[in-house]
Design a protein around this ligand. Structure first.
Ligand SMILES: [Zn+2]
Length: 238
């Protein structure tokens, strides 16, 4: 049994519920690798081998050791059934089409971890919000982006089937962390001659909800704009 644990949903963030509802301490009980954001959509979080990194919207990367830090949304897992992959001429186009088709990911959740040198990369970092919170989409429309060339590091994240595109981002949701830990964020586009790593397919999704959060329990999700809003907020280019 390979389990992907998800706390909160993107539908929640679209409905302006940006309060942190799980601590890092509790989150790490469910996985040693993952993605997320801190309370108030404060930056982009990557968890690799139990180490937590967060980029803030100035582009600074922090190694987070305060386990009381809270997150409104995160996905984590314990690597268990890693399948090695070696890819050449890699970009989102290859991952979206060839990779998904070759590994038959279209109806499953999967994790992907790749390492190597990226000739081009563009990331975005969500800026921290204050109450009253805006929606995920409003934040996504004004977020800083940071380009780099020839930088080595790790691409890590998840694939979700189209059918689940209202609780999480459909397709790939990937973050990048440079080897020197100075550059990190939500991956918008990239290109690499060769990347090595592994992927893993999950046969179980463990969706956890912040049931003690009143705002979450009382909020209304605008279903008409939900999927489009998530795609615009969490999507990547090309
Ligand atoms: Zn992200």
């Amino acid at each position: 049994m390979n389990v992907l644990y998800e706390h909160g949903t993107l539908a929640m963030l679209m409905a302006k519920n940006l309060a942190g509802t799980i601590t890092l301490k509790d989150l790490l009980k469910h996985g040693s690798c993952g993605l997320g954001t801190f309370e108030g959509l404060d930056g982009e979080v990557m968890i690799l081998d139990n180490q937590v990194y967060q980029a803030d919207s100035t582009g600074q990367v922090h190694h987070i050791t305060d386990m009381t830090t809270t997150l409104p949304f995160a996905s984590v897992h314990f690597p268990k059934d890693k399948q090695p992959v070696s890819l050449t001429k890699v970009d989102f186009d290859l991952l979206n089409k060839d990779f998904v088709a070759q590994h038959q990911l279209q109806n499953v959740f999967a994790a992907l971890r790749l390492h190597g040198t990226l000739s081009d990369v563009l990331i975005r970092i969500a800026p921290k919000q204050k109450r009253p919170y805006p929606s995920l989409l409003e934040v996504a429309q004004g977020q800083p982006t940071f380009p780099r060339q020839n930088i080595s590091g790790t691409i890590f994240g998840y694939y979700a089937p189209e059918a689940f595109g209202s609780i999480t981002a459909a397709g790939w949701h990937l973050h990048f962390l440079s080897d020197d830990h100075q550059y990190e964020g939500h991956l918008l586009s990239f290109a690499a001659a060769q990347l090595m790593g592994d992927y893993e397919v999950f046969d179980q999704l463990d969706q956890h909800f912040p049931v003690n959060n009143k705002e979450f329990r009382q909020s209304d999700v605008d279903l008409a704009s939900l999927r489009e809003g998530i795609a615009q907020s969490e999507g990547h280019q090309n």
